[in-house]
Write a protein of this length. Structure first.
Length: 264
C-alpha cells in the first residue's frame, strides 16, 4: 500500500507498507487507518518544518542585531579613535612616537576590515558568496558612512561572470584599502570608483581593472605614509598584476587615482 504524505496540496513524501507475496491484501479498515496515520505524519512534518523556520528566523534576527551593533557602535568608535591618532601623528615631532602611533593606526585599519567581514557574514548567514557587483556596492555603501558622501561607481563588462573568485576577493580588499586611504588622508569631496572587466593587460591576458579616483590633497612628494599603497601593489603583484598612482580628478589633476589591475 502506497499513500502520499499530503497536506494543503503539498506532497511531502510517501508512506509505503509492503506485505509478503501471497499474504492477504489490505482491507478497508487497514486502509482507513493508514490514511489517518499518513495525514498525522504529514502534519507532524509540517510542524517540525515550521519550528525549524522559527528557530532559523530567531538566529537571523539575533545576527542582524549583532551586526547593527558592530557597525553603528564599534566601527564608528574605532574610526573616531583612528582620527584622533591621526591628529596626534601629525602633531608630534618625536620620531619614535610617530612610528608607534602609525603602527597603532594600521592595526586599527586591519581591525576595522576584519569587523566589516564579520558583519557581512552575520548579515548573510548560510548564503553563497554574492556577486562582485554587489560586493563592490557594499564596500562603497559602508565607506560612505565615514566619508560623509557616497562615491560614484560604475561597472563595465561581465563583472560577475568573467572575474574569478581569487581576483574578485582581492579586488574587493583593494577597494576597501583605497577607500580607507581616501578617508584617512585625502580629505576628498568626490570619489569615483570604476570596475572594468573588459581590459587587456600589457602581456595580452584578459583582466579586470579597479580605478579609485579622488579630488583630495594628493600624496606629498617624497613623504606621507604609504603603507596602504604598498599593500595595494603587493596584493596586485601576488596575482600577476600591477598597481599604479595617477593624478586625481580635482582641478588641474588634484587628488589621487589608484589604478589596480590583475588577470581574471
Amino acid at each position: 500500500m502506497l499513500l502520499p504524505l499530503c497536506i494543503d496540496g503539498r506532497v511531502l513524501g510517501g508512506l509505503v507498507m509492503p506485505r509478503a507475496r501471497g499474504e492477504h491484501p489490505y482491507g478497508r479498515a487497514e486502509r482507513a487507518l493508514a490514511e489517518q496515520f499518513a495525514a498525522q505524519a504529514a502534519l507532524a512534518l509540517v510542524m517540525a518544518e515550521a519550528q525549524r523556520d522559527r528557530e532559523r528566523l530567531a538566529v537571523y534576527e539575533d545576527r542582524d542585531r549583532i551586526a547593527r551593533d558592530l557597525h553603528d557602535l564599534v566601527i564608528q568608535r574605532l574610526f573616531a579613535t583612528g582620527m584622533m591618532l591621526e591628529n596626534a601623528h601629525r602633531r608630534t615631532a618625536a620620531p619614535e612616537v610617530r612610528d608607534g602611533v602609525g603602527r597603532a593606526v594600521e592595526e586599527l585599519d586591519v581591525t576595522i576590515q576584519e569587523i566589516r567581514s564579520a558583519i557581512f557574514a552575520l548579515r548573510e548567514p548560510g548564503e553563497e558568496p554574492s556577486g562582485l557587483r554587489r560586493r563592490v556596492l557594499r564596500e562603497i555603501t559602508t565607506a560612505a558612512v565615514a566619508l560623509g558622501f557616497t562615491p560614484s561607481h560604475r561597472c563595465v563588462g561581465p563583472v560577475d561572470s568573467a572575474v574569478g573568485e581569487p581576483a574578485g576577493k582581492n579586488l574587493v580588499a583593494a577597494l576597501r584599502e583605497a577607500l580607507s586611504n581616501a578617508f584617512r588622508h585625502a580629505r576628498a569631496t568626490r570619489i569615483e570608483v570604476v570596475v572594468d572587466a573588459t581590459v587587456t593587460l600589457p602581456d595580452g591576458r584578459p583582466g579586470v581593472r579597479l580605478t579609485v579616483a579622488d579630488d583630495g590633497v594628493g600624496i606629498p612628494e617624497g613623504g606621507g605614509r604609504r603603507s596602504g599603497l604598498h599593500n595595494l601593489r603587493r596584493r596586485a603583484e601576488s596575482l600577476g598584476g600591477s598597481c599604479r598612482i595617477e593624478p586625481g580628478i580635482g582641478p588641474e589633476g588634484a587628488g589621487t587615482t589608484v589604478v589596480w589591475e590583475v588577470p581574471h
